[in-house]
Design a binder for this molecule. Structure first.
Ligand SMILES: Cc1cc2nc3c(=O)[nH]c(=O)nc-3n(C[C@H](O)[C@H](O)[C@H](O)COP(=O)(O)OP(=O)(O)OC[C@H]3O[C@@H](n4cnc5c(N)ncnc54)[C@H](O)[C@@H]3O)c2cc1C
Ligand code: SF4
Length: 562
């Protein structure tokens, strides 16, 4: 064996697995398909606007040439575009009438550099939902199984937030919260007074408002509230693989990282029922090689992992590795986007705020929390929101020159508020990825993604937009516009579900510890393991499941069971 463990992918889930395995004393190899990134050195976070290419904007011609229309997000600008995969260089296909946005980051650290850092725990409303309403299979775990691991990852990552005592949004191990501004506080008071089941709380986010000695020992410092996070943060003010998990893993002396190493497939030894090798293509030289380890974790992100499993066909797994259930590549989900609303407030004109803030507020799910439900759909949605005083009637971020622009800039603008909804998407077998006929420049089959929203998602989106508009109107907002219509899946960048966990090997790929039912030394802990989406941003759950699975694998290795 070359190593005790191999981890494929260095993003949020791979970083966590590497840290935990290294700290358990296992010699661990991380294989990353993208380039090496030096924390601090390779970021543009200290560049002033006038030093950025195109003053921070990405030219329309560049977008048109390299990025699918949907594949650009609020975090995409000329200082962060280096972290977004160009679709022109890494294509995939979809049916013409069913677009899917596959937003990727192929580099050391993956999308932990660009993520929005919103971090919420799933609750038993989520872990029990499939069993109760019959959509999808039952999760093999409950909140109590994952709760200590949420505690562990929150403490290490550093999550700021406020405890609220809500069953649908469990409390956590939080650093001091950020503050709500005056308009957000007024919205909170009005909404909670009108609707006793709705709560507006400060966003929970992976920012160090007050670093602990553990954070400082890793070279991380307090968040400076600069709001240039998507460029990468030299202070280590927010959690990423580069600021936190990989440095911790390196400290143990047990970590080896190889970048530009595209995992093409896993080899399977049927006699031992184990992965016997990880085949890699060098991204630069295109030469192939193979690595062996006692245990293999695939954390290449939901679709990247599906691609590797589907490509790992063998005599005993003709449709893809660990795919006896035929669930690999199926049940693809994302959160429903295109619900919510925006409005402007005529008041509070004598109030302002100082500085910036990397997150606003959260309004957790409030529908269908009773046994009988109270909506014409199952599951629910939550809102992220913030209020700010800038663009409405003001020249900030608007094109323009000369006296007219200067005049507009003098006016502080009205208060504006946005509620961005995230709805639950149901697991369906027909929402799936398969390998296409075409191959990429390394000879690896391209993914074909066929995924679409159904009637339940449409109803969630309609209700979410309606409720958001009504709450804004009740709180005195005007000029209210809906965020609808529903967006194609992929837009939330929360893709998940293509190698789901479950109790029954006939219907699921992974057991309750993220170990493949069919292959004892194979673990998968990225979003592909998710059995349902819940309504909250998922990455904190990937972190907790990753840490939990890594310790389980270390235990099994220790006892000689794998
Ligand atoms: C703009 C934006 C905002 C977001 N906001 C939030 C948020 O607020 N909260 C939240 O919870 N989530 C958010 N997300 C989603 C979050 O980034 C993902 O859920 C998370 O990064 C997934 O972790 P992962 O480890 O599965 O994948 P990634 O972080 O994508 O890492 C996967 C890694 O695997 C590598 N890889 C892929 N294929 C191979 C291969 N064949 N061989 C070797 N390596 C491979 C990739 O290069 C990458 O480094 C956001 C994402 C984006 C882009
Ligand atoms: S807001 Fe905080 S985390 Fe984001 S770039 Fe600034 S210092 Fe870093």
């Amino acid at each position: 064996m070359d190593f005790d463990a191999i981890v494929v992918g260095s993003g949020i889930s791979g970083g966590w697995v590497a840290k935990e395995l290294c700290e358990r004393g296992l010699k661990t190899l991380v294989l990353e398909r993208g380039r090496d990134v030096q924390h601090r050195v390779d970021y543009l976070d200290f560049a002033p606007p006038w030093e950025l290419p195109h003053r921070g904007l990405v030219p329309e011609t560049e977008k048109a040439q390299h990025y699918a229309i949907q594949s650009t997000s609020h975090a995409f600008n000329s200082a962060s575009s280096q972290w977004f995969v160009r679709d022109s260089e890494h294509p995939y296909s979809t049916p013409m009438d069913r677009p899917f946005s596959w937003i990727r980051g192929y580099q050391l650290g993956g999308r932990s550099i660009t993520w929005g850092r919103q971090t919420y725990r799933m609750s038993d409303f989520d872990f029990k939902a499939n069993r109760l309403d019959g959509h999808g299979i039952d999760w093999p775990i409950r909140y109590e199984d994952i709760q200590p691991w949420y505690d562990r990852v929150e403490r290490f990552a550093g999550i700021s937030g406020s405890n609220e005592g809500l069953e649908q949004l469990p409390d956590g191990q939080f650093l001091p919260p950020l503050a709500l501004n005056c308009v957000e506080l007024a919205f909170k008071q009005k909404t909670e007074a009108d609707h006793p089941t709705r709560r507006v709380t400060v966003a929970r986010c992976a920012h160090l408002t007050e670093p602990t000695p553990e954070h400082i020992a890793l070279g991380r410092g307090p968040c400076q509230l600069r709001n240039v996070c998507e460029r990468g943060c030299g202070y280590g003010g927010y959690f990423s693989s580069l600021s936190a998990t990989l440095p911790a893993a390196r400290k143990t002396g047990n970590l080896t990282v190889i970048t530009d190493a595209i995992v093409e497939r896993l080899d399977y030894d049927h006699a031992k029922q184990r992965v016997s090798g990880v085949r890699v293509i060098d991204a630069k030289t295109r030469q192939g090689r193979s690595y062996q380890a006692r245990v293999v974790f695939v954390c290449a992100s939901t679709l990247g992992t599906a691609q590797i499993l589907l490509a790992s066909r063998s005599e005993h797994f003709p449709t893809g590795l660990a795919n006896r259930s035929d669930a690999v590549g199926r049940y693809l989900m994302d959160h429903v986007m295109g619900l919510g609303a925006t409005g402007t407030h005529p008041g509070f004109l004598d109030r302002y705020y100082y500085g910036r803030r990397p997150a606003g507020f959260y309004l957790p799910r409030y529908v269908n929390l009773t046994e009988r439900g109270n909506a014409d759909f199952v599951r629910g949605f939550g809102f992220q929101g913030h209020s700010y005083r800038s663009s409405w009637g003001r020249g900030v971020s608007e094109p323009g020159v000369g006296a007219e622009l200067k005049q507009r800039l003098r006016y502080p603008g009205r208060w504006e508020m946005t509620l961005i909804g995230f709805g639950e998407m149901l697991p369906r077998p027909d929402n799936r990825v398969t390998l296409g006929e075409r191959t990429d420049r390394w000879g690896i089959p391209l993914l074909h993604i066929d995924c679409t929203h159904g009637e339940n998602e449409r109803r969630i989106a309609e209700r979410g937009s309606r409720d958001a508009a009504a709450m804004l109107a009740a709180a005195g907002f005007e000029n209210i516009t809906s965020n609808g219509p529903i967006r194609p899946p992929g837009d939330a960048v929360h893709e998940m579900g293509t190698a789901r966990m479950g109790l029954d090997p006939a219907t699921s790929v992974l057991n309750r510890y993220n170990q493949a039912h069919d292959v004892s030394n194979l673990f998968i802990t990225d979003g592909s393991c998710m059995t349902s989406t819940g309504t909250v941003n998922p990455s904190l759950t990937y972190m907790a499941l990753s840490a939990r699975a890594a310790h389980h694998a270390a235990d099994l290795l220790g006892s000689g069971e794998i």
